[in-house]
Design a protein around this ligand. Structure first.
Ligand code: ADP
Ligand code: MG
Length: 385
């Protein structure tokens, strides 16, 4: 969707901001450009909508050479969000949001309807915020308006230059999450500039790590963190890159163990006999709908009745697709030796994640390292307290 071919930008004063850049952003992909200040991120981004013209090479948007495209027509297809949003201070939130539809000559009714729809989409009630002015909003709210405005004409491409850089870390994380949700729905092609590696790995499908005017590595977050291309990248992502990988690697079904399973209404003595047969000390307990109820220890089954009488509730669980960081945090929170993993949509029990499974998932996230790594024998002894 966006393709750079040997792109160079030399400013008139002789500064080479970027040099021989070649990379491609697929349709619907969110790519983060990350690197220290002055490495050429903004220059790279501004060349896409022709705010800056390259001095060498070619850039294609949707197959079209942008130098052969009228800049105004080009910018209609490209939403642009910058830090501090560049909102017009003398215009209301609604009018700010409707800026591009206004330029495109939409009727007043149509553009205001679109602006209301978009404010809703970014979590701002238009009946509350629509008539306010930018200085009557918090920083986070202003950023949301900036995103709404960029989306107003429904452009397929979004350029975002440190859009959440000016807000505090708590609000920033909230904006990141909201934006990820929005992107999951909209599937825009996004080029997102940041100097913050945490933000880059959280948001990016792929990350371009910039050195001075060049891309040092272009890969998914797990790979950049798990297998940095060189010392520069390793240094930039930080010595705690192993920990950072926890937050970008998700639990998959293949990471899970399948412990014995019993149901709430099973006869307790039958369940105990089965666990003895299987040489298991405990089992996961499901309700009749296969929804996780908890667990039961073999030794706890003293008399007859049903499993229900002996089962204990299980608090430590997560859906498939949760991050390893969430898994680890949940284990620690409940002091659990393992956590249950369920299907997000149905709530059905899928298996359990043990520390060994977590370790294997981390290895899986860098395929090159993950090959031929035998999985250690897992002791399913530890029961949650
Ligand atoms: P980043 O966004 O990564 O901080 P920039 O793309 O803004 O980096 O800048 C890259 C380099 O180009 C820097 O050395 C910067 O000083 C230089 N630069 C940026 N804009 C201009 C300009 N208009 N004239 C001369 N040099 C510039
Ligand atoms: Mg910049």
């Amino acid at each position: 969707m966006i393709r750079f071919e040997h792109v160079t930008k030399r400013y008139p004063d002789g500064t080479t901001a970027v040099s021989d850049l070649t990379f491609e952003v697929e349709e619907g992909e969110l790519v983060t450009l990350v690197g220290p200040s002055g490495c050429g991120k903004t220059t790279t981004m501004k060349m896409v909508n022709r705010l800056i013209d390259p001095t060498g090479g070619r850039i294609y948007v949707d197959g079209q050479d942008i130098m052969a495209t009228d800049p105004v027509e080009l910018r209609r297809r490209i939403g642009y969000v910058i830090q501090n949003t560049g909102l017009f201070p003398h215009k209301t939130v609604l009018d700010n949001t409707a800026t591009v539809p206004h330029l495109l000559g939409w009727s007043k009714a149509k553009r205001l309807a679109r602006a209301r729809e978009l404010l809703d989409l970014v979590g701002l009630d238009p009946s509350v915020f629509g008539d306010r002015y930018p200085d009557q909003l918090s920083g986070g709210q202003r950023q949301r308006v900036g995103v709404a405005r960029a989306l107003a004409a429904d452009p397929p491409v979004l350029l975002m230059d440190e859009p959440f850089g000016a807000v505090d870390p708590v609000v920033r994380e909230r904006l990141q999450n909201e934006f990820l949700k929005l992107q999951a729905e909209l599937g825009k092609t996004v080029l997102f500039v940041t100097h913050d590696i945490e933000e880059a790995v959280r948001l990016g499908d792929r990350i371009a790590v910039f050195g001075t005017g060049v891309i040092e590595q272009y890969a998914p977050p797990t790979e950049v963190l798990g297998a940095p291309a060189n010392d520069y990248v390793a240094d930039f992502v930080g010595a705690d890159r192993g920990l950072k990988r926890l937050s970008v690697t998700r639990i998959e079904e293949s990471d899970l163990e399948r412990p014995p399973v019993v149901h709430l209404d099973d006869a307790a003595t039958d369940a105990a006999a089965r666990l003895r047969d299987e040489n298991a000390r405990w089992a996961v307990v499901l309700d009749p709908d296969e929804i996780l109820h908890g667990w039961v220890a073999r030794d706890a089954i003293a008399k007859g009745g049903s499993v229900r009488q002996y089962a204990r509730r299980m608090e430590a669980w997560l859906p498939v697709g949760a991050t390893l960081k969430q898994a680890f945090a949940t284990m620690l929170q409940y002091d659990a030796g393992w956590i249950a993993v369920v299907d997000e949509a149905t709530g059905h029990f899928r298996g359990i994640l043990t520390p060994a499974g977590l370790h294997e998932a981390l290895r899986r996230s860098i395929e090159s390292d993950a090959q031929d790594v035998p999985r250690g024998d897992v002791e399913l002894d530890s029961v949650p307290s």
